[in-house]
Design a protein around this ligand. Sequence first.
Ligand SMILES: *Cc1c(COP(=O)(O)O)cnc(C)c1O
Length: 372
Amino acid sequence: MSQSGPQAHPWIMNLNPYVPGKASLDNGRPVVKLSANESVFGPSPAALEAARTAADDICRYPDGGSHALRHAIADVHSLDADRIVCGAGSDDLLTLLIHAYAGPGKEVIYSQYGFMVYPLVTESVGATGIAVPNKNWAADVDGILDAVTDNTTLVFIDNPNNPTGAYLNWDEIKRLHSSLPAHVLLVLDAAYAECVTAEDYKAGEELVDAFDNVVMTRTFSKMYALAGLRVGWAYAPAAVVDILNRIRMPFNVCLPGQYAAIAAMQDQAHLKASVEFNREWRNWVRARLMALGLDVVESETNFLLIEFPDESPFTAKEANAYLMDNGYILRHLGFLPNHLRLSIGTEEQNRAVVELLTAFMSGAGHSDPALS
Ligand SMILES: *Cc1c(COP(=O)(O)O)cnc(C)c1O
């Protein structure tokens, strides 16, 4: 390779680019995409209307400080709007936190089965990622504490966890925080907080209020169903807010995104209906799949992690191919070869997936050359 041309940081070439869940088959045939944890319940009609209204103003820059949106969030969650920073999805805020607090020689801790943005961004800044094995599918508090060193600057907990759906209760989160040294920033990524119904769960506001080394991130992509607009937010101690505001892009939340997210915030009845729909179908699908003899991790999210036998013809790989042949795309993750992640769909889609997996597990349709 030529050494005279432009040279990026050497660690960048070791990165594996993020591969999103598939939305269509390789032959272009349309399929039902249940691979990205999107909300089929859809956004509030008021949010859609606001996004359409925003179209009239898109020759203008959005409000760089997202003032109205921060206040709409603060009102609903009873928070201080000055301690909220909005971003282009919570990915934006997670990335900014890593840029600000990690780099070569620093260590970032996350779970082995966790959100893929953490390792991706950690490696992109030349920091060292420490992937701690999960416990009961959630983060392992003791394992994480054992992994902390003087060089650790960040600990990420996706709570509930993606792709497992499991969560850590509030006592465990507090136990983790109380044993972390003051120089470590604990990031509570609560992307699915809106759909959690477990009573011993909290997203993290209280810890952010009480300590200067805890940040909570949230998103409009999941239960608010605005993934395509890219809106997220962080609730953080004043010093962290200051850091984020120094390094974020000046106009990081697009104008339709701000308008729609404000309207979505103001329609909590729609959110509630969406959460109820999700809970009902998640429980229904899980019960049906478990009745087939499949292990399905108990989930507080809008998806289920399904474990398949490791013997042909019942493997996750074969199930994935069978579902795809029949028009349904789930998520098959390289680091969980025996599992498929299924996002909760419409009633019709949920029933169809259960029906297909029932046929698959009974042996029907396997290795049928007509299907491939
Ligand atoms: C979906 C997701 C996010 C980020 O979503 P944005 O669309 O960037 O707001 C963050 N964390 C977890 C665990 C997620 O599953």
